[in-house]
Design a protein around this ligand. Structure first.
Ligand code: BGC
Length: 798
């Protein structure tokens, strides 16, 4: 049961006894500490692929700076407005109201932004009030959580990251932006770019997983697709990467919980996707609920002002998360001065507004401390007028760039034609199939034979609701194709039995209805026995992942494993198809099922896309963007961990191991995923074995389809810096490319490496490139693979 799906382990460390580690000192391999020079990290590498349809690329092409400089004519118009605005009008611009707060009166008072209203007629109505009935005619910015689709609901972002194809993320955001803009929205609270090593945390579903490079590529692709070159276009919106910052690493995996981390870890692991999003042009950002090192995200001048605004040159605005300003002091939504809890860094509402504004938060969501106390704070000199003007300028800048002063209204008659077109639905089906990961396929159980009968069994087998995943925009359950319907469409000889039910229940309802009864198992077994092959549809409901849905146990909920065991006992060939929003502990499933397909929450075409993969119309090519542990006790477990002086070795006592786990590995590692065909990598070549600190080299590797079917492979390039001034991860992904190959076909894949790939941030926040050896690995997952090394000559510091 404790086998691992890794191709190879980490190198074993030397045997060291108690209290000693004498033999453990590694030589410095000729490395010197860094010398100070300046480097601009050269991330820009390749060409823009238009229209949000991207050929599979090596990732790097997304990571180039395309931020537009401020437009002087816009700045002049803002100057003009600011010179005429009263302090009260300015403070109103900082207000960000939820749908339930957005009354005609609130907008008449001049509220700057509204989120959660999606009816285009109501948006127009409120906008008419703003531009016709307020003194300065400033339009409202309407926003929404378009996370993986507005109406055409795509796979959850964690699934899309599994595609290792930025084109999938871009297609989702291109369509989501068009559908959102069609109803009058001009800002989306997306992409969610929180790197996470926490499968217990429900919001891991919303991000791209555990890797900063993959996360950066996906973030940049999403931003570019949603904003285009100019988000005043009728089908574009401003994006808002969130949650700034390090919200993905809450202690204990409990949502909203605190985190404590070093500067190097923050910058090397958690900030890169935000930086990539900002470089791609993201014009707004959302500060997070959580505290880092005791400082809450919306009161953190280091992250908000020093890093985001000054260091990265972000000239858009930062909105707080929902009541996050009020939470600096007391339990929301009580306002202004009641409530015993909260972060406890502000004495009262006024103090919370002072902290948040001075830290760099520009717009306050739901709570109203900026509006309530702004004047008092300015009068008392606790917040400067310049800071208020700066916040207003940033918000107006986004409104100008969004074209709202020119085109404040939407054409309601156009909405239907711009929403969920047949092409959108087809694109979603393709995205969902590309996002699925084949975890196991013994005895070529898959693909299934459409000429034989199928029994679809399980609580998620004929389920529309859960296929949309957490954050379903304005998606409708009735838009979703169930697994049963999708399979039946390709094999009419298909039956269904539910086996058990998993229902969503949140407190105060008891959560005891998650496949808690085996009453339906006999019928499920009978249905399986009557069929040639069985598809078991198991996992989580959409309500079991997402915000505020942390789990302490990440096994399959309820009696689902018993259902697998009952089906296994029938002797029928079967596959487990998993619908879920987080890594699960699947040891028992892996031990009992001959085939496992990780389908995540695939969106509206769930059943059709899964059937495409199950019947082999599409060969699965996704790879895991996050580690699947054997046991929840291994968490956090991730491929790009730092080494220790005593690397894990379960066969020896004085090592970094668990005494009750016979392995150091996860069940399924980052980058892992099977295909219906086989591939071989060969011929890893470097253009040079030395790289000047300000230069670049290329690595090429051949990938051949050695099987009898067409299929996709994701070629992955990892680096390791074996001797550095601070301990470097055992591997870091620095390039990937998904290729489609016919049987026998070979393709040469090229990766370009430069300072941005070999350098890292140190604990004083400097990006350093140090001289010395860099080991390189090319493979189909995060372990094993072909290896070579090169030497960085010279050093750089930024
Ligand atoms: C979430 C954000 C979201 C906001 C508005 C918050 O609870 O943390 O991600 O954008 O609500 O819906």
């Amino acid at each position: 049961m404790w086998h691992s799906r890794r191709a190879g382990g980490l190198p074993k460390g030397p045997a060291v006894g108690p209290g000693g580690g004498a033999g453990a000192w590694r030589s410095r391999r000729g490395r010197r500490r860094l010398a100070a020079l300046t480097v601009v990290c050269a991330l820009a590498l390749s060409t823009l692929v238009a229209g949000g349809v991207f050929a599979a690329d090596s990732g790097d092409s997304q990571l180039r700076t395309t931020r537009a400089a401020a437009d002087p004519s816009i700045e002049r118009r803002i100057d003009g407005l600011l010179s005429r605005m009263t302090l009260d009008e300015k403070l109103q611009q900082l207000a960000l109201l939820a749908d339930f707060q957005a009354t005609d009166d609130a907008v008449r008072k001049g509220a700057g932004s509204v989120f959660g209203v999606t009816d285009p007629a109501r948006i127009n109505q409120l906008q008419h009030i703003a531009v016709e009935q307020t003194r300065l005619h400033i339009p409202v910015l309407f926003a929404f959580d378009t996370i993986h689709g507005f109406r055409t609901i795509f796979p959850i972002p964690l699934a899309e990251a599994s595609s290792f194809d930025p084109g999938v993320a871009a297609t989702d955001f291109r369509i989501g932006a068009r559908e959102s803009a069609a109803v009058g929205l001009k800002q989306i609270y997306s992409p969610m770019v929180d790197i996470s090593h926490e499968p217990r945390w429900g919001r891991i579903a919303e991000g791209a997983g555990e890797d900063p490079f993959l996360g950066s590529v996906m973030a940049a692709a999403r931003v570019r697709a949603a904003q285009g070159g100019d988000y005043s276009a009728a089908d574009k919106v401003a994006t808002s990467p969130k949650h700034f910052a390090a919200y993905g690493q809450p202690e204990g995996g409990r949502d909203y919980n605190t985190t404590d981390m070093s500067e190097q870890r923050l910058r090397n692991l958690y900030l890169p996707p935000f930086k990539a999003a900002v470089d791609a042009g993201a014009d707004t950002a959302m500060c997070s609920f959580n505290a880092i090192n005791g400082v809450p995200g919306c009161a953190n001048s280091h992250t908000e002002t020093d890093i985001l605004k000054r260091e990265w040159g972000f000239d858009g605005f930062i909105e707080s998360d929902y009541t996050a300003v009020a939470e600096l002091r007391a339990c929301p939504p009580k306002n202004p001065n009641e409530g015993p809890c909260g972060h406890g860094v502000a004495a009262d509402g006024k103090d919370a507004a002072r902290l948040a504004l001075n830290a760099g938060t520009d717009s306050e969501m739901v709570s109203t401390n900026f509006v309530d106390f702004g004047k008092q704070l300015v009068d008392e000199g606790l917040v400067s007028m310049a800071r208020i003007d700066d916040a207003v300028r940033r918000i107006l800048r986004v409104k100008f760039r969004a074209g709202l002063f020119k085109n404040p209204f939407v054409d309601v008659s156009q909405v239907a034609a711009k929403t969920m077109t047949p092409a959108d639905v087809a694109a979603e089906r393709n995205a969902a199939a590309r996002s699925m990961v084949l975890l196991k396929n013994d005895n070529q159980t898959l693909p299934l034979d459409p000429g034989k009968s199928v029994a679809v069994i399980g609580p998620l087998g004929n389920d529309q609701h859960d296929m949309l995943g957490p954050w379903w925009g304005v998606g409708r359950d009735t838009d979703a194709v169930t697994l049963f319907d999708g399979i039946k469409a390709q094999d009419p000889n298909t039956t269904f039995a539910e086996g058990c039910k998993i229902l969503d229940r949140d407190p105060p309802d008891p959560p005891n209805d998650e496949c808690g009864s085996d009453a339906g198992f006999d019928e499920a077994v009978a249905t399986a026995q009557a069929a040639d092959q069985v598809v078991l549809a198991l996992g989580e409901t959409r309500g079991e992942s997402g915000e505020a849905e942390s789990r302490s146990n990440i096994d399959l909920p309820g009696k689902q494993q018993e259902l697998i065991d009952r089906i296994k006992a029938t002797g029928k060939p079967f596959v487990v198809v998993l619908f879920n929003g987080r890594p699960l502990t699947l040891d028992k499933v892996d031990a009992s099922a001959p085939a496992i397909l990780e389908a995540w929450f695939p969106g509206i075409q769930a059943g059709n896309a899964a059937a495409d993969v199950l019947f082999g119309k599409v060969s699965p090519g996704g790879k895991l963007p996050v580690t699947f542990p054997h046991s929840v006790g291994q968490v956090p477990i991730y491929y790009n961990h730092e080494p220790t002086g005593r690397p894990c070795d379960p066969t020896f006592k004085w090592n970094s191991r668990y005494r009750d786990l016979p392995t150091c590995d996860p069940l399924y590692e980052f980058g892992y995923g099977l295909s219906y065909t086989t591939f071989q990598l060969s011929n890893l070549k470097l253009s040079s074995h030395t790289m000047p600190a300000d230069g670049r080299i290329t690595a090429t590797v051949d990938v051949k389809n050695t099987g009898a079917r067409g299929g996709d492979e994701v070629v992955q390039l990892y680096l390791h810096d074996p001797v550095a001034s601070i301990s470097q991860p055992v591997r870091r992904l620095r390039g990937f490319q998904r290729v489609t190959l016919d049987p026998g076909q070979t393709r040469t894949v090229t990766f370009t490496l430069d300072a941005s790939d070999v350098g890292f941030y140190d604990n004083s926040g400097r990006f350093v490139v140090e001289p010395g050896t860099i080991d390189l690995f090319a493979g189909d997952r995060s372990s094993g693979g072909l290896t070579d090394s090169f030497t960085v000559v010279g050093s750089r510091t930024r």
